[in-house]
Design a protein. Structure first.
Length: 381
């Protein structure tokens, strides 16, 4: 059965291009198009599409206002079409918060050539949206563009090793990985964590430009201090480090503790940044002092290296299917036996506090986490 798509964009050129690109896939049929939200509203009622593609900037009513009304009255899968600008990035993150499944970046320059260059990404994201869990509305959705290049394993960036560091004298470290649905899932975790948590490193599948806006947004919302990770940046308790778009984030060690290492190597599992790269580096660097969490996302990136973390002595958590927008990555982790616990999203922050309280070595962090641990102890008794 075909995925029935309604294309909403004020540009006739873009509408025609999207129709041509989407209908290259035999599983997709564009059943109509609309130049503004008012026309779109009537066509949604008449045609009942499976997925919408929605431009951010349109006349008469902007895409955000339309999306807010749509999700309140008639929730359905939406893929945003956004410009690669700071304003476009901020607006897209707002759309994901409202319930859009994912987004496609509309590159600058020649529209015909630029949209054709991301045609595989557009098709895949529409197909992903058709399968997404709309009941998990209100959680963000961006994933990195898919590549047509050969699928590389994590070995291309960081070789496997049988030698696991015991992590003696090193502080605890929390590593989080996510893809489709991940921006809002990560937000839901971070806003419920105390300011003096152990250090947190995050890989979210996200393109350049959007990762900066995402880190800035998290810094405003969370009690922790959130950064877009930089090469050589020391990793400190109470701080969060998010992989920049189009660069892998690894954790390394020096005489001061952990620090961020960025790689411009090939995509891993067709993603850059890759969760597998982060998790393997954490398994090899932090060992039993680490905790790994894999959240909602399409595909299986991160699943195998989360198992490496568990085998190195780390505690591991996978988000459950019901609360995931797409149970691809966490589902693969469960299949591989990588997840020590499978939890709904809302229980992950308190579980992390409970787990990490016993790992914390600094007095101030330990005291705060121990108080929170005691407050949540009945949950785990």
């Amino acid at each position: 059965m075909s995925i029935r798509v309604l294309v909403i964009d004020d540009s006739a050129l873009v509408r025609n291009l999207l129709k041509r690109i989407l209908e290259q896939d035999p599983q997709i049929k564009v059943i109509g198009s609309a130049a503004d939200p008012y026309i779109a509203r009537e066509k949604i009622k008449k045609l009942n599409p499976d997925v919408l593609t929605l431009d951010v900037e349109m006349p008469k009513m902007d895409g955000i206002t339309f999306l807010r009304n749509l999700m309140r009255l008639h929730p359905m899968p939406v893929v945003m079409v956004s410009s690669l600008t700071q304003k476009g990035a901020d607006t897209t993150l707002q759309a994901l918060e409202l319930g859009a499944i994912d987004f496609v970046s509309k590159p600058r320059g020649d529209m015909d050539g630029s949209l054709e260059s991301v045609s595989e990404e557009i098709v895949q994201k529409v197909k992903n949206a058709a399968k997404a869990n709309i009941r998990a509305a209100g959680r963000g959705r961006p994933s990195a563009p898919l590549s047509v290049e050969e699928k590389q394993s994590v070995d291309a960036i960081i070789p496997a090793s049988n030698k696991r560091r015991a992590g003696g004298g090193m502080p605890p470290l929390l590593a989080i990985g996510a893809s489709t649905g991940g921006t809002e899932a990560i937000k839901d975790v971070l806003v419920d964590l105390p300011a003096d948590m152990p250090a947190i490193v995050i890989t979210q599948h996200i393109p350049p430009g959007f990762s900066t806006a995402f880190a800035q947004r998290m810094d405003k919302l969370a009690k922790l201090t959130v950064h877009e990770a930089e090469e050589g940046q020391q990793i400190l308790p109470g701080h969060v480090y998010i992989a920049p778009g189009a660069r892998h984030l690894l954790v390394a060690r020096n005489d001061k503790g952990y620090y961020c290492k960025l790689s411009d190597g090939p995509r891993v599992n067709r993603h850059k940044p890759s969760v597998d790269v982060l998790f393997r580096s954490v398994a090899q660097t932090a060992g039993k002092n680490a905790t790994g969490v894999i959240l909602t996302g399409m595909g299986d990136d991160g699943a195998r290296s989360l198992l490496e973390m568990r085998e190195s002595g780390a505690r591991t958590i996978a988000q459950d299917e019901e609360s995931s927008v797409v149970w691809g990555m966490p589902g693969a982790a469960v299949k591989h036996g990588a997840a020590e616990q499978i939890l709904p999203l809302e229980k992950i922050p308190s579980t992390l506090v409970y787990m990490l309280a016993s790992k914390s070595k600094t007095k101030s962090t330990s005291n705060s986490l121990q108080r929170l641990r005691a407050a949540t102890a009945t949950t785990f008794s």
